[in-house]
Write a protein that binds this ligand. Sequence first.
Ligand code: SF4
Ligand code: SF4
Length: 435
Amino acid sequence: MSETIEQLRKEFQYDKTKQCVQCGYCLPVCPTYLSMGKETHSPRGRINLVKMVGEGKITDLSVLEEPLDLCLGCRACETACPTGVEYGTILESARAALVKRKKFSLPVRLVRNTMLKKVFPSRGMMNFTGNSYWLYEKTGLQKIMRKTGAMKKLPFHLGEFEATMSSGVSPKKRSQFETFVKAKGKRKYTIAFFTGCIMDAMFRKINELSVQLLAEAGCDVYVVKKQTCCGALHAHAGEMDDSKNLAKQNIAAFEDIEADYVVNNAGGCGAMLNEYGHLLKDDSEWAEKAEIFSSKSKDISQILVACGGFRSLKPRENERVTYQRSCHMTNVQKVTKEPVQLLNSIPGIELVEMKDANMCCGSAGIYNIVNYDESIKILDEKMKHMKATKATVIITTNPGCLIQMKLGIERENLSSTVKALHLIEYLAEAVGISN
Ligand code: SF4
Ligand code: SF4
């Protein structure tokens, strides 16, 4: 056996593919298999492709690119799999192995390097992004861009996504984000809050509301300044070294606070924080610290429920609500009950589950930007089920899902009757907190 095959087997996690017994139980839960109808675009097919690389049956690795690029990484297949195939590990390893061998064109290399290495990990750059968006709104440039139709000419359908964005916060307010907020009443937990990169740049208001809600529920909350991006986007893009470096930076940053929990409000980031232990398991210096960090990482809904929820919540007037689950919260963090529990605690709402509520909405990090057509097909199916619930509010627990739901509302011309909100926004309103 040649050394090359050994190397490929190691990099592509060939041994893990042998756990797949090709039963196909994962097929009905895979959005890309359902929408594209090809075996190569199913979990079983993708695993088989990787296996064939390890067996020397595929030597042209470019054959794997499209099937793997078009995987959402939603990991519904992992939840459905009866033999416990670690699909997420296989996918990320295979993507990293492909990226290592791929010769990107100069513009693509520049964009990847700038975004992944300079923008997302930099708090300064993310604040600059958030401030620039606020200026773009306040100076009237946004109105001009929308009125003249210039937005429609932007590449990657960015104009459509821009139309879904909530208003930003001013640079002054941004700089005033408290680094410590004391618990109301008797302290139940000490929390270190994870702000995220895109979440903090574009959804700062939700972060501020999260901190206030945690304090209201009885938590001392610290916002650690030295924290950085969770590294999920890097892992999905096959840049595992970058992802590991960011994980180490975060572990070191949060070590300064003796918190009971590290709390986040974004399903995708939370899944990554939960997997630091797995990500750094072979690093003798960091493995134990990473495991401890991951064991403390919780979604905000878990902590709010653990605190006992909220005593007095303003009732809604017979509001029909549906909850679009975040795949990474469901399939990786396994957090499913708490958001529902919190929603059900609000008087006057009727929570209606949509068909295939666990199915991905097609957002998946930046999948909806780079694979727009495929993502829209998945979104349109989701909106069909959403409309059948006759809900007027769609609740999400992840920024990507929130944007995607807003896009779905626009596409269906439902903006006058339906709104999409993060769970935190909806809860804050019920508790009577605003910012
Ligand atoms: S991660 Fe999601 S899209 Fe990818 S193979 Fe699994 S179920 Fe399908
Ligand atoms: S990944 Fe799991 S569910 Fe899918 S075919 Fe393989 S063994 Fe069956």
